[in-house]
Design a protein around this ligand. Structure first.
Ligand SMILES: O=C(CO)COP(=O)(O)O
Length: 137
């Protein structure tokens, strides 16, 4: 799976702890990240990360472009709900695109844990459900 990892500054330590805790699972997937988040993840876990611009410089939009081109399966975005961001419109646009394309999105660690455990079990079938190939009875 193709997974994007993004964290605002006050959430970066949480992201590192989270990726470290689930490192074995993340190691089986391809990781993408905004600039600073990706740099820290790579430095502190050694996992390979495909990095884009830093968020305020267009990184959220680059990740959004991947979503619009059907290139991402999951987004984990630890956003900071208590600090105003200069690129708030970009953040909103990224979240919106996840909903437009039904890409699983976690904006906090609780939801992220559910998603990652779903990955571990391999039972995320949302793409085939959208295509109408899977019937859940
Ligand atoms: O600002 C961000 C997401 O909106 C994250 O960007 P960085 O990973 O470069 O800090």
């Amino acid at each position: 799976m193709e997974i994007a990892l993004i964290a605002h500054d006050k959430k970066k330590d949480d992201m590192i702890r989270f990726v470290t805790a689930y490192q074995d699972i993340f190691a089986q997937h391809r990781l993408y990240a905004t600039g600073t988040t990706g740099k820290r993840i790579n430095e502190e876990t050694n996992l390979p990360v495909i990095r884009f611009q830093s968020g305020p410089y267009g990184g959220d939009q680059e990740i959004g472009a991947l979503i619009a081109n059907n290139k991402l399966d999951m987004v984990i975005f630890f956003r900071d709900p208590l600090t105003a961001q200069p690129h708030e419109p970009d953040v909103t646009a990224l979240i919106r695109l996840c909903d437009v394309y039904s890409v699983p999105l976690a904006t906090n660690m609780g939801t992220a844990e559910v998603l990652v455990r779903g990955l571990e079990k391999g039972d995320l079938q949302w793409r085939s459900i959208i295509r109408g190939e899977t019937r859940h009875e």
